[in-house]
Design a protein around this ligand. Structure first.
Ligand code: ATP
Length: 137
């Protein structure tokens, strides 16, 4: 299968750089798979699972809010945080979930509500990626 070049960048590091067969991203409109020859476009992503298939092997990672730009020559993803399952601290994610749920129970401003909802979505997505790792191929 022909591939394409993928780069995933966070403010802290280059998370991924290399040739892939496909990448499945948690876009705002639902999960979306990008393969070679995809038309150039930009997607906004929501916290969720990114699936990278390279050399016939698919790996999953957590990806937070960000953007993916599909270009004719390469695809570049930018996100605040991207983590392999082994790098996810489960306790920290569980604590973030508790915190966000507690804040959501209080009646806050619309802006705070949105921030806490986003924090809760990140925590759930991290826990999902962590708990799925190693369970399926
Ligand atoms: P927290 O409230 O625990 O900081 P958060 O969702 O607000 O969670 P982010 O803004 O997504 O955190 O990430 C900030 C930094 O902390 C990033 O470098 C991210 O990789 C790291 N990070 C956040 N939560 C975890 C976690 N559970 N395990 C590993 N790294 C984490």
């Amino acid at each position: 299968m022909s591939g394409f070049f993928l780069e995933i960048i966070t403010p802290e590091k280059t998370f991924y750089r290399g040739e892939v067969e496909s990448v499945n991203i948690p876009s705002l409109g639902g999960a979306c798979t990008i393969m070679a020859g995809h038309q150039p476009m930009v997607f906004a992503t929501e916290p969720g699972t990114i699936r990278i298939t390279a050399d016939g092997v698919t790996r999953e990672a957590f990806m937070s809010e960000g953007f993916i730009e599909v270009r004719p020559d390469e695809t570049i993803a930018f996100a605040q945080a991207v983590e392999w399952p082994e790098d996810i601290n489960e306790r920290r994610a569980a604590e973030a979930k508790e915190r966000a749920e507690e804040q959501l129970r209080r009646n806050r401003s619309a802006a705070e509500f949105k921030l806490n909802q986003a924090a809760l979505a990140r925590a759930f997505a991290r826990l999902r990626v962590k708990n799925r790792s190693g369970r399926d191929s």
